[in-house]
Ligand binder design. Structure first.
Ligand SMILES: Cc1cc2nc3c(=O)[nH]c(=O)nc-3n(C[C@H](O)[C@H](O)[C@H](O)COP(=O)(O)OP(=O)(O)OC[C@H]3O[C@@H](n4cnc5c(N)ncnc54)[C@H](O)[C@@H]3O)c2cc1C
Length: 659
């Protein structure tokens, strides 16, 4: 029988036992009792914005990241844009509408109150970023421009070409640098958090590895915030940056933080298809392209076969023989249906044999109609860098004319296919973004908070910056208020020594396996298992098989891994081995959650639970909850804890993007 939890776990009084630590405590500066220290792990959009804001508010911030500069966090990869309910287009947008679209887009599995707050602060984010000098695209008259993203019938996405994440991160980085200069933020680049240190039930510090020297170091603070991104790379091939990992989050989970909704993984419909078994990364083609690009496959199976054999090209197929299947199935939203819906529709067409490349696993994204209507110049202004990126990877430029049939020009279409992109699941947090461990907070993609079972495009940047600029800096103070009289603990406490010893022992263990297989070869195999059995279409039987295969492969990892070098100095293979150890824990968690959720919702599609038309079939009676998992030790099944969802403002109904 699963336990039930409330999303508002109070921070609770300071335990009496704290007084025992007097001997270790650094004396509070009597002149400024409110000088509190906060560790922020991560410098992506969530981490950098939080660290900058906390510094500005007067806290002493220790900010760490694994890259050599905060500007290289994975957030710079974000292409398409960031949502806000400004209603600059006068198209009827409002805070309520953004809130509603987000809850509906998440297939009614998000916490309503969090999403409302997110929609409320969305407009402040744009103002904040404009004030920082973020060069958002503008209309001819000077107003900020907008485009549309999936799951919305209004135009509310603010963007900077196809480099929105980079520009937003530069804005956050300039604020962060200001606080570094002011002495309020101390930045540790090339540092990786390996463990969270719990003292008397509260998060009081971390153990981090200096990735350059290999040394383990201890950091203590009054609270710890993790902003370490998602776990998409569990699948090996994903659109995420190669360095993305879930080590910090998994370590918090091992130390008692609940992990919520791990099975909610987003598969993005528009990525460059896999083209061989030597690939280690997939490339996203931004969802913004679906504003002007039309997705299609041939209507006739013989045309599809000719495309697969290479005897025909997309531009040989005339208009009347093209099946714009999203426009056909979902007339109200067309090509701008949410990602989970678009991905499944692509898979359905390819499974039926209509795929358009040699593997049969691709559909077309075609700009012919919009280039004919608007001209190539306009299209290049909107998506120039994405067209160039596509050309660099595939040697096909989507703006090249390829054919003319009946006076209509046909341009070379892109080929796309769904790929792992984002993880809606994450460390469980309450409304204040505090995890189930008091003093430990989680923000950005690494928490589970706002997107339910499916995230709408351009909402991750919104959530990361909402958490970092406008939510955490305030909510963390409710926790820190009762910490003001309690000084930062010394890193000499036995809890720190114990945690460091365990991390060190793990490094030795991995180095001493001295087997025959590289980290990447095992990771790739794990990725295949995940994609095959825990991917876009899941079944109870497949998930059980996937779990069994993961156990076997984890044994192989524990006994036959080869990590060259030593733990002194830089050792990238060792760092990757640590990440892979945690991807195993994560992969199993995703499968456990998927197996326990006997319904389909958003990105979690159980093939046994679908409508006659192949749409996700939810079971609100039995699964209207956040599934939180509590770690029970390696190899043991984790325990399920349920946070029931309560909707007051929105009527829960079946998602409909058809009319
Ligand atoms: C190709 C691509 C395009 C995207 N486009 C969009 C878009 O247009 N709009 C949108 O809203 N979203 C988009 N997203 C999603 C969005 O980019 C991410 O969800 C978001 O940037 C995550 O931000 P974050 O701050 O939570 O994490 P990240 O940006 O992943 O940052 C994680 C930080 O944690 C640090 N870190 C990780 N582990 C450790 C550790 N153990 N110790 C110390 N530091 C650690 C890293 O160094 C990094 O600084 C896109 C994603 C991809 C992959």
């Amino acid at each position: 029988m699963a336990k039930v939890i409330d999303s508002k776990i109070p921070a609770g009084p300071v335990p009496e036992k704290w007084k025992e630590y007097k001997a270790h405590q650094r004396l509070v500066n009597p002149k400024n009792k409110l000088k509190l220290d906060v560790i922020v792990v991560g410098t992506g959009l969530a981490g950098a914005s939080a660290a900058a804001s906390l510094g500005e508010m007067g806290f002493n911030v220790i900010n760490l990241c694994i890259q050599d500069s905060p500007r290289r966090a994975h957030s710079i990869a974000a292409q398409g844009g960031i949502n806000a309910a400004k209603c600059y287009q006068n198209d009827g947008d409002s805070v309520y509408r953004l809130f509603y679209d987000t809850v509906k887009g998440g297939d009614y599995r998000a916490r309503e109150a969090n999403v409302y707050r997110l929609a409320e602060v969305s407009n402040n984010i744009i103002d904040q970023c404009v004030a920082q000098g973020v060069p958002f695209a503008r209309e001819y008259g000077g107003m900020l421009a907008n485009r549309s993203f999936g799951g919305a019938q209004v135009s509310r996405t603010f963007y900077a070409k196809g480099q929105t994440g980079q520009q937003l991160l530069l804005g956050a980085y300039s604020s962060l640098s200001c606080q570094v200069q002011a002495g309020k933020v101390k930045l540790y680049t090339r540092y990786e958090m390996e463990d969270v240190v719990i003292v008397d039930g509260r998060a009081r510090g971390i153990i981090a590895k200096n990735l350059t020297t290999g040394k383990l170091e201890r950091f203590s603070a009054n609270a710890v915030v993790i902003a370490t991104g998602g776990y998409g790379n569990t699948y090996f091939l994903s659109t995420n940056a190669m360095g993305c990992n879930c080590t910090a989050a998994v370590q918090c989970y091992r130390k008692g933080a609940y992990f919520a909704n791990p099975s909610y993984v987003q598969i993005h419909p528009t990525c460059i298809p896999v083209h061989g078994d030597k690939q280690s990364k997939l490339t996203l083609m931004s969802e913004s392209l679906r504003n002007d690009g039309r997705i299609w496959v041939p209507k006739k199976i013989e045309d599809a076969k000719a495309l697969q054999a290479g005897t025909k090209q997309g531009w040989d197929i005339p208009e009347e023989d093209r099946d714009y299947y999203l426009e056909r199935r979902y007339p109200a939203f067309g090509n701008l249906v949410p990602r989970d819906v678009a991905s499944r529709a692509a898979k359905e067409r390819c499974d039926k044999g209509f795929g358009v490349n040699n593997t049969g696993l691709a559909v077309f994204l075609d700009f012919s109609e919009s280039i004919n209507r608007l001209g190539l110049d306009i299209i290049m202004q909107r998506y120039g860098n994405l067209f160039e990126m596509y050309e660099e990877i595939t040697d096909v430029f989507p703006g090249d004319v390829a054919n003319e049939i009946n006076g209509v020009k046909y341009y070379k279409p892109m080929m796309i296919y769904p790929a792992i992109h984002y993880t809606m699941g994450g460390i469980w947090v309450d409304y204040e973004l505090q995890t189930s461990i008091p003093g430990l907070f989680a923000i950005g993609e690494c928490n589970f908070s706002d997107h339910g079972a499916n995230r709408l495009g351009a909402s991750a940047l919104m959530q990361g910056l909402a958490d970092g600029y406008f939510v955490l800096p305030y909510t963390i103070q409710n926790y820190l208020a009762d910490q003001a009289v309690w000084p930062k603990v010394s890193t000499d406490l036995p809890e720190f020594a114990e945690a460091e010893k365990k991390v060190d022992a793990e490094l030795d263990r991995l180095l001493n396996i001295k087997g025959k297989r590289s980290v990447d070869s095992i990771h790739k195999e794990l990725g295949h298992i995940m994609w095959e059995y825990v991917g876009m279409g899941r079944t109870a039987e497949g998930l059980k098989t996937g779990l069994k295969k993961m156990h076997e492969l984890e044994k192989e990892f524990d006994t036959n891994l080869f990590v060259p070098g030593t733990k002194e100095g830089l050792n990238i293979e060792l760092d990757k081995a640590i990440h892979l150890r945690d991807f195993f824990t994560m992969g199993q968690l995703v499968a456990f959650d998927a197996l326990s959720r006997n319904e389909s919702c958003g990105g979690h599609f159980r093939e046994e639970y679908q409508t006659e038309e192949g749409e996700a079939k939810r079971d609100d009676e039995n699964y209207f909850y956040v599934g939180c998992w509590e770690y029970q030790g390696k190899g043991n099944e984790p325990t399920l804890i349920k946070e029931p969802l309560e909707y007051e403002a929105i009527k829960v109904q079946t998602r409909n993007y058809k009319n």
